[in-house]
Design a protein around this ligand. Structure first.
Ligand code: PHE
Length: 538
């Protein structure tokens, strides 16, 4: 039979790996972008509430599930909730697989931008004061202001496709020996990320006017708290940034020795992640304010247009800063994507006894193909009013389902399955016996009632609002009273320039997601593996 389950060499190695999974693009760009989108300080309070009431408890539950069952997510969920649990366990892994496809593509674009930063003067490629002529696949091209021009030159070329294959290959190598290679990698990568981020934040703070940005980030705005969109944004950000609902944390915790203190580990991992996120917020906000850049947009444009434009203003520091920024993004993204690859490999091993190299090869190949879809360079909308290239549009569409719906579905079901299936008495007994952090009835109430209820409400609101705002590039952001603002007005499908193409793409993306997650999860749950049959026979 297969070799014994692997184990982390030390608690430190585990914490580095878990926090490395949590710290990723979500921290460096999505958090500042979301914070900006929701009006700076307005985001901060809902975010803290979401951290304490949802993030940390769900992290404890995911770690606890791995600790009790010593299984990766799908089979751990099976132990707690039968076939129903297993089905959603696979759903989590597959949904996260979709996220990892485009996550790796974004890393491919990061490589492309990084190559620009390493090979050309920063003022030439990132300064918003000049333009670049872009020739693109499927169109006549255009003169675009940098760094939009540089970014479109990258995404509408074939370079990202090559980069995507390289990033998958790197994933493959880093996960090749499981916890052994992961632990070795995170020991180098995670401290490097921290040093680079602290350096970026200190540099940002010492810029003239930089501190104003930090004040905007941390001054709470109580008025905006009545806006449900802010709360929903904070919760979605919390799941994504802590890698919850991916099936990763359970797999990672299942590799810990029996006496491990899961509650303490969960608090440490969550705080490390959020600490990193705040430092990233400081770095980005201080730079934006120092150079009076007002990002009306969100997420990807923050990463690829706004931050590079800010960096280009840094004078003597610009070149080094730019190179550091792209390397930091790549490293942070890698420590996240490898965690997902490991979650899948261990799930296949637990259920089907599949050899590591086979799962890796299979997932690597599927991953390359999946990411290639998002790396498609064809410009389908030369006005760039929507997202321009086919790949970008697909990222937008799939992200909508996998991020806004997929993660929340898993969050809801896992709390119910763990809370009611394993039972809080057993979970609390298990956790408290091993921990200095003592959990009580409040924790049980959160997992069994409050978190599922909140997720359900958000979910219903999502559907009720039919909030199909394909707005990763967020050109539609509006300013409220001249203040950086909440962006509203984006409810309802937005098929502006792409017209019919957008409509059919939306349908295709939805079908692909539904089939690729619910469909394949049903298939994998239905198959009874040899290992399972042997268990029943005993
Ligand atoms: N937590 C990660 C982040 O903040 C998200 C992620 C994890 C994405 C694992 C892919 C795989 O970026």
């Amino acid at each position: 039979m297969s070799s014994p389950r692997s184990q982390w060499k030390s608690r430190f190695g585990f914490i580095l790996a878990a926090s490395g999974s949590a710290i990723g693009l979500g921290n460096i760009v999505f958090f500042p972008a979301n914070a900006y989108k929701f009006g700076g300080g307005a985001f901060y309070l809902p975010y803290l509430v979401a951290l304490v009431l949802i993030g940390i408890p769900v992290m404890i539950a995911e770690f606890g599930l791995g600790g009790i069952t010593k299984k990766s997510f799908p089979l751990a969920m099976r132990q707690a909730g039968g076939s129903f649990g297993e089905f959603f366990g696979w759903f989590a892994i597959l949904n996260a697989g979709f996220i990892s496809f485009y996550y790796v593509t974004i890393l491919g674009w990061v490589c492309g931008m990084g190559i620009e930063a390493f090979t050309k003067p920063v003022e030439e490629v990132f300064s918003a004061n000049s333009t670049t002529h872009v020739d693109w696949v499927g169109g006549t091209g255009a003169d675009l202001p940098n760094p939009v021009g540089t970014f479109f030159a990258v995404v509408s070329s074939w370079t990202p496709l090559v980069a995507v294959i390289c990033v998958w290959f790197l994933n493959f190598i880093l996960v090749s020996k499981g916890t052994r290679t992961i632990e070795a990698a995170v020991k180098i990568f995670v401290p490097t990320m921290w040093i680079a981020m602290i350096y970026l934040a200190i540099t940002g703070l010492t810029l003239e006017g930089g501190f104003d940005g930090v004040q905007t980030l941390f001054t709470p705005d109580l008025e905006i708290l009545s806006n449900l969109e802010v709360w929903q944004g904070a919760m979605a950000q919390m799941f994504f940034t802590l890698t919850l609902g991916f099936g990763v944390m359970t797999a990672y915790a299942s590799y810990l020795p029996d006496r491990s203190d899961h509650s303490h580990n969960a608090v440490t991992t969550s705080l490390l992640n959020c600490g990193f996120e705040w430092i990233a917020g400081v770095a980005i906000f201080s730079m934006l304010f120092a150079f009076s850049i007002s990002p009306k947009a969100s997420t990807l444009s923050m990463m690829f247009f706004i931050t590079p434009a800010g960096i280009a203003e840094m004078g003597a520091l610009a070149q080094g800063f730019a190179m550091g920024f792209w390397v930091l993004l790549l490293v942070a993204g890698l420590t996240s994507s490898i965690s997902l690859v490991e979650a899948l490999v261990s799930a296949m091993r637990d259920k089907f006894g599949t050899a590591r190299w086979k799962s890796l090869l299979g997932f690597g190949l599927v991953g390359c193909v999946g990411s290639a879809f998002f790396a498609m360079p064809h410009v389908i909308n030369s006005g760039l009013e929507d997202d321009g290239t086919l790949g970008l549009t697909l990222v937008d569409l799939i992200d909508h389902w996998a991020f806004q719906y997929g993660l929340l579905i898993v969050g809801l079901i896992e709390c119910l399955v763990i809370g009611w299936g394993i039972g809080m008495e057993r979970l609390l007994g298990f956790l408290n016996e091993r921990s200095r952090v003592r959990l009580g009835p409040l924790f049980a109430f959160l997992i069994k009632f409050l978190i599922p209820a909140v997720i359900l409400c958000v979910f219903i609101l999502n559907i009720a609002w039919l909030e199909l705002d394909m707005d990763l590039f967020g050109v539609k952001g509006v300013e409220v009273d001249g203040k950086p603002g909440i962006y509203g007005e984006s409810f309802g499908p937005n098929y502006t320039a792409g017209g019919e193409i957008m409509k059919s793409l939306h349908l295709i993306a939805l079908i692909a997601w539904v089939f690729g997650t619910f469909g394949i999860a049903a298939l994998l749950t239905g198959i009874r593996s040899k290992a399972q049959r042997a268990e029943v026979a005993q």
